[in-house]
Write a protein that binds this ligand. Structure first.
Ligand code: NAD
Ligand code: WQD
Length: 341
């Protein structure tokens, strides 16, 4: 199949691009590089020994999307293109609503015009909101989100579901990611946040490589086994494999299907620090700080539906995640800017 990856130069899109090509699919990428680099395209090509059709384009630009969709016989769209920093979304809600919702509407309108009937969407565990009990199951209603980023995901799920309800030819797969970490085992691809990392693993990795002095652990008085928050961390290459199964599922089904992509196993912040130190041999300095507003004490996935219906489950453990995150960070201490050491 030919898969169009909107936002495909980003962290999850780039790993999925490699996995798709290695599974025999073809890809086309569009990205405006607002949170990524053209260097990523070169590395995908290096890893797969194949040329990659890539366009520098804004997914909200309808004319550009129509040009790409008419130039290629696309079977399925994977929609990764979005702004994703939770804290920034609180400060700049309009930018988040504009970019994320507009990109989704533009893709759907262009797909309709170009007779493309299959879309896999990057959703998030954040749509379960604050009220649902864990583990989260796909049958639970979407909840109340604590920030505009989360609301964009919730609204985009609704838009996609409504589009599928109105068009019986359309297949929508909503993938709710839990906490993706890790990197491609080669160390050529990984997570390269701009500025100060918001997420735990890139922060830990940057402390280990000497870019940051120490990690601040947000709260140690939660009602969890060690007092720090627990999350369902999933290796980005397992996530990528889930996308390959999702695109194949979408080709055979109509309507909307929702899948959690997680491991079903929660780990605390202290578990992550300890596992990272064990796998890198480097000490990660940390201090305890106050709780971060909006953080839930713990949540994880019920990962049964993806296992039963997609035949997918995560195969990499926390040691693999930490080892690969470290391999990426130590080879690329300044991310994609420096190239490999
Ligand atoms: P990322 O920022 O690395 O990748 C997103 C890519 O989209 C970037 O390359 C960015 O340049 C591009 N982009 C953004 N807006 C665009 C636009 N208007 N036009 C063209 N390109 C645009 O993020 P990621 O971690 O790879 O996440 C991918 C998707 O998965 C996002 O939608 C994110 O919200 C979602 N998600 C991520 C996580 C996570 O923890 N990483 C968890 C759940 C869901
Ligand atoms: C993990 C744990 C922090 C940084 C976010 C989004 C979610 C999804 C994934 C996109 C928490 C703690 C973190 C630090 C810390 N993204 N932490 N010190 O908050 O579970 O989820 O990313 O959809 O929507 O909300 O991930 O990596 O930010 O935090 O102690 O410097 O690490 O408190 O317990 P989170 P995270």
């Amino acid at each position: 199949m030919l898969v169009f990856l909107a936002g495909g130069a980003g962290y999850i899109g780039s790993h999925t691009a490699v996995e798709l090509q290695n599974s025999g699919h073809d890809i086309v990428i569009a990205d405006n590089y607002s949170n990524s680099s053209p260097e990523v395209i070169k590395r995908i090509s290096e890893l797969t020994h194949r040329d990659v059709a890539a366009y520098e384009a804004d997914v909200c630009d309808k004319a550009a999307m129509l040009r790409i969709m008419t130039a290629h016989r696309i079977d399925c769209v994977m929609h990764f293109a979005g702004l994703k920093a939770v804290g920034e979304s609180v400060k700049k809600p309009l930018a988040y609503y504009r970019n994320n919702i507009d990109a989704t509407l533009t893709l759907l309108e262009c797909m309709q015009k170009c007779d493309i009937h299959s879309i896999v969407f990057s959703s998030s565990a954040t749509v379960y909101g604050e009220e649902n009990p864990y583990p989260y199951v796909e049958t639970m209603p979407r909840g109340r989100c604590s920030n505009p980023y989360g609301w964009t995901k919730s609204m985009m799920e609704q838009i996609l579901e409504d589009a599928a309800r109105a068009d019986p030819r359309l297949s929508v797969v909503l993938l709710r990611y839990f906490n993706p970490i890790g990197a491609h085992q080669s160390g050529l691809l990984g997570e390269d946040p701009q500025g100060v990392p918001n997420n735990l693993m890139p922060y830990v990795a940057q402390v280990a490589v000497g870019r940051r002095d120490h990690l601040t652990i947000f709260g140690h008085d939660y009602p969890t086994p060690d007092g720090t928050c627990r999350r369902d961390y999933i290796h980005v290459m397992d996530l990528a494999a889930g996308h390959v199964r999702a695109v194949e599922y979408a080709a055979e089904h109509k309507g909307t299907a929702v899948f959690n992509l997680g491991t079903g196993m929660p780990y605390s912040v202290l578990d992550i620090v300890t596992a990272f130190e064990r796998n890198s041999g480097v000490r990660v300095r940390y201090e305890f700080g106050p709780r971060r507003e909006g953080d839930l004490p713990e949540f994880w996935a019920d990962a049964d539906k993806a296992r039963k219906i997609l035949g997918w489950s995560a195969s990499r453990n926390l040691d693999d995640m930490c080892r690969d995150s470290w391999n990426w960070q130590k080879r690329n201490p300044a991310g994609y800017k420096t190239g490999c050491l």
